[in-house]
Structures are given as structure tokens and as C-alpha cells.
Design a protein around this ligand. Structure first.
Ligand SMILES: [Zn+2]
Ligand SMILES: [Zn+2]
Length: 438
């Protein structure tokens, strides 16, 4: 191991309590997407304390911290996601919002600030032949779709996903390649398989209120329409092919106002996910048809608002630089390469970023309980926070040392699927608002 690499590891170990403390603090103050004000503030304050320049309020809560290297013609970003999930039964859930870090995004942020401590050391920074951006990004979990649509109406965002929105506003324009992390139940892993992309839908049934007992015949029951729509959707499932990995998973966010009154409005949110864009569009058409059937049956009106979600994630084998960083960061721990042929039915806006720039991905564990469940908990702070920081920092150093040759090779080998504008056009093309009266 090189002396600078040893120094990076020593700095992170010497600041162990601070890094773990930061991770725990974020864990205990979870916030939902596009509302991560406290988390963003803490992240920015930490970087400012390291005397790094910051840009804040990007796509509402995004924060960039800039570390200048010797040269400024290549820039690498280390990304941590700010947001949590709404899981009110989690022991650490925010009592007001129900937000809880059951996807482990707080560990990404602890890893990024840990890397920032090590890389901003004067001697380490002098060895970097490129700039580093420590980037906290909002809204990776695609929940609260109505809230996102409201932000859209207020012209605060255009896209629901934080990285999608950051791409749109040009916050990735000065970045050439990125490194991302996610907590995984399967230990330390490098590389990634594919995952589903999706579109989101808000389905609103509009009926007519009436006395639920005295004169129900005067009403049009929007909840009944929704119930039929959900059943019709369930009957589509046999048409989804296994190889398309389709997932359509609605929730009812409004089902009526008072039990004495025939519900005049019912609202459903759903994601429509699949492995390919074609399969997403096919499932989306069937979803629309099914929900319209509910409205037709009871004579309700229906509005369907469709928004682009995320693009399917592209697979990539473990990069040797990242693999070496993981071995050095976690001696004695098992490091494995993710089989690029594996497919996950979940989704991430990392997939969107991958379509326009190279993105290296790794996982650490240190957590027990399933992701997105109330049982999720950090059980090994060393791995969740410190090993994550070490892999981030070592990877940045290895890619930017010696004329940043490592980073340059990755950038020159990369063939973007879309330019930024092509991506924005594709996303805009998926937006629709449809109202049908029967
Ligand atoms: Zn998640
Ligand atoms: Zn996540």
C-alpha cells in the first residue's frame, strides 16, 4: 500500500468517532425526499468546517462541496443520498413525519464526509490531479408522488427523482464521473447488476357525495371505482412476462372523508416498474386501462397523472480500482464482485445518471433486517460508516493520482446512452395528464 493510502486510512480511523457520530445523528433525524433540510444543513456545515466551498439548495436540498486538486480538467463526485422512507413503526422513526432511514442512505453520507476529512488533508489533496465534489443528493426514494407533483406545479422541480432533477438543472455538468454506495445485506461488494426502471402514476377518481345511508343512490362512489380499478389491475398480472420483472404496486392515499358520506374522491398512487422501457410502457398501458374500468363501472370521472420515474439501471462488472480500494479498506472482511447478470426489481436514479456519465458502484453491509422494513438497523458501525468512507476516499485517490490517469481512462472508455438534453426530452415525453368522463 502506498504511503498516501496508509495516511487516508489512518485519518479516517483517527476521526472514527466524528464519522460514526455524524452517521448516527442523520439516522436519528431522518427526513423524506425534497424535505431533507436538516440533513443537508448538517452535511454542508461539516464540509464548510473543512474549509470547503459549498453550493446549496440544488434541486431544493442538494449540496455540493468542492475540493480543488492540482488540476481542474477532471472532476469526480462522491455521492451520498439525503432521504429516508416513511416507516412510522421503526424505532428511530421521526415521530411527526414517520421518516426512518431504513434504506441506509445515512451511511452513504457518513462515508462521503469521512472521505472528505481524509481527502482534504493538505498532503492528500496535493496528490490529487483532479477536483473532487462531495455531493449530497435529494429524493432517491420515489414516495409522496402527490407532494412531488405539487412541487412540480409550483415550478420547484420537474422530475421526481433527485438525481434526475440535478441532471436537468445542470448540477452534474461540471462532473465527469461519479462513485456511489449502497448498504446491502450481502456484505462488501463491488460492481452492479441491472434493476427495474419505472413510471409513476397518481390516479384520482371523482364521484359525487351523498348521505351514505339515507340517499346513497344520489352519490357516485369513488372508492368503489378505485376498488374495481385495483381488482382490474390484479387481473392483468397473468399477462406480465417473468423476464420483464414487472412490478405494479399501488397504495390508496385517499378513500373518503367521513363514513357517513359516499366518498366523492379516491386517490391511488402507483409505480409501474419493469426491466425495459418497452415493458414499462406495456404495463403502464394495462394499468391505465384497468383503472379506467373502475370509473366506467360506476360512472365516475378519472384523472391519471403519469410522471417519469427512473431509467433501468445498467449492469457493470467490478472495476479493478474499486475492488483494490475495497480490499485495502476492509482487511479480513469478505469482498465479493457482484455478478453483472443479476437483476433487482427495485429501482434507483443511479440508473439515470449511468445513462449520461460513468458511475462506479459499491456496497457495504453492517446492517441487519431487510431494507425498507422496520427491522432495519445498523449493527456494525465500523463497516457501515468507516469502511464506506475508506472505500470512497481510496477510490477517489487512486483514480485521481498520477495525472488522474485512472479517471481519464474510465471517462474515455465510456459511451453515454444519452446527452443531457436527450435525457431531458425522453423524461418530458413520459409526462402526461389524462382526464376521462364516463
Ligand atoms: Zn430504498
Ligand atoms: Zn436506497
Amino acid at each position: 500500500m502506498e504511503d498516501i493510502e496508509k495516511k487516508i486510512l489512518e485519518i479516517i480511523d483517527a476521526n472514527k468517532e466524528q464519522i460514526i457520530g455524524f452517521g448516527q445523528d442523520i439516522y436519528e433525524h431522518a427526513e423524506l425526499g425534497y424535505k431533507e433540510y436538516r440533513t443537508a444543513e448538517k452535511f454542508a456545515a461539516f464540509l464548510k468546517n473543512l474549509r470547503l466551498e459549498t453550493a446549496e439548495g440544488l434541486a431544493i436540498t442538494g449540496v455540493k462541496g468542492y475540493l480543488k486538486g492540482n488540476r481542474h480538467d477532471i472532476t469526480l463526485s462522491l455521492i451520498g443520498e439525503l432521504d429516508a422512507l416513511r416507516i412510522p413503526d421503526h424505532p428511530n422513526a421521526n415521530p411527526v413525519t414517520g421518516a426512518a432511514h431504513c434504506c441506509g442512505h445515512h451511511a452513504q453520507l457518513a462515508g462521503v464526509i469521512g472521505a472528505a476529512i481524509a481527502l482534504s488533508d493538505e498532503e492528500v489533496a496535493r496528490s490529487l490531479d483532479g477536483d473532487v465534489v462531495f455531493f449530497a443528493v435529494p429524493a432517491e426514494e420515489y414516495g409522496e408522488i402527490e407532494f412531488k407533483n405539487q412541487l412540480r406545479n409550483e415550478e420547484k422541480i420537474c422530475f421526481g427523482g433527485g438525481k434526475s432533477e440535478l441532471i436537468r438543472i445542470g448540477a452534474f455538468d461540471d462532473i465527469d464521473l461519479s462513485v456511489v454506495h449502497h448498504i446491502s445485506p450481502d456484505g462488501i461488494r463491488v460492481g452492479n447488476g441491472t434493476s427495474n426502471g419505472f413510471v409513476s402514476k397518481v390516479i384520482r377518481y371523482i364521484g359525487r357525495e351523498a348521505h351514505a345511508a339515507a340517499q346513497p343512490e344520489r352519490g357516485i362512489n369513488a372508492l368503489n371505482a378505485a376498488s374495481l380499478g385495483l381488482s382490474a389491475l390484479a387481473y392483468q398480472r397473468e399477462t406480465f412476462r417473468d423476464e420483464d420483472s414487472v412490478r405494479v404496486h399501488p397504495i390508496v392515499t385517499k378513500g373518503g372523508n367521513l363514513v357517513n358520506v359516499i366518498p366523492n374522491e379516491a386517490v391511488i398512487e402507483t409505480l409501474v416498474r419493469a426491466k425495459s422501457t418497452q415493458a414499462i410502457l406495456d404495463a403502464a398501458e394495462k394499468t391505465d386501462r384497468a383503472f379506467k374500468a373502475g370509473a366506467l363501472a360506476v360512472g365516475a370521472q378519472i384523472e391519471i397523472d403519469t410522471m417519469p420515474g427512473y431509467l433501468p439501471r445498467l449492469s457493470q462488472p467490478a472495476h479493478p480500482v474499486l475492488l483494490e480500494a475495497a480490499w485495502q479498506a476492509a482487511p479480513g472482511r469478505n469482498v465479493t464482485e457482484t455478478d453483472p447478470a443479476t437483476h433487482g426489481a427495485g429501482s434507483t436514479d443511479v440508473g439515470d445518471l449511468q445513462h449520461i456519465m460513468p458511475v462506479l458502484e459499491f456496497n457495504t453491509s453492517g446492517a441487519a433486517g431487510a431494507l425498507h422494513s422496520k427491522d432495519f438497523a445498523i449493527t456494525d458501525e465500523e463497516e457501515a460508516y468507516l469502511v464506506t468512507a475508506k472505500i470512497f476516499a481510496l477510490t477517489a485517490y487512486k483514480l485521481l493520482k498520477n495525472g488522474a490517469q485512472g479517471a481519464r481512462n474510465i471517462v474515455s472508455d465510456f459511451k453515454p446512452r444519452y446527452t443531457k438534453n436527450e435525457y431531458i426530452n425522453l423524461m418530458n415525453g413520459l409526462i402526461s395528464h389524462e382526464r376521462t368522463e364516463f
